[in-house]
Design a protein around this ligand. Sequence first.
Ligand SMILES: [Zn+2]
Length: 135
Amino acid sequence: MAKPLEFETVEEEVEFWESHSTADYWDDMEKVEFEVDLRRNLLHPKLVFIADQPAQCPRCHHELEETVIQYVTLHDGRLVMIRDVPALRCRVNGHEYMLEKTLDQVEQVLNLEKTQKLRPAEILHVPVFRLGMAA
Ligand SMILES: [Zn+2]
């Protein structure tokens, strides 16, 4: 068994994993569960995050157009919207992509929002209904 991995900094850890395979450390790893949907865009649930701007749609190879979307997510149990977030949309099949650097910006806003260091640009009022109201 390899010695336990300890890193002083995130950079050190990133550097380590860029040159080592996690497969070699599989047995030493703890099983953890975490919520991967934490940053899910409720209006664009199939949004795919990509590192670099592709020349064409990675899935169907059609042309991509630049667009803006509203990023709506649940954050600490509250619904939060970030307006006019740049994204890429496949002209033919509507596949949607967002660059990881844009997601980083979204996370920055959400983190500042969490610590209440950002005042919202506006507050939306959302109508709420109950199913039985139609009866
Ligand atoms: Zn496509």
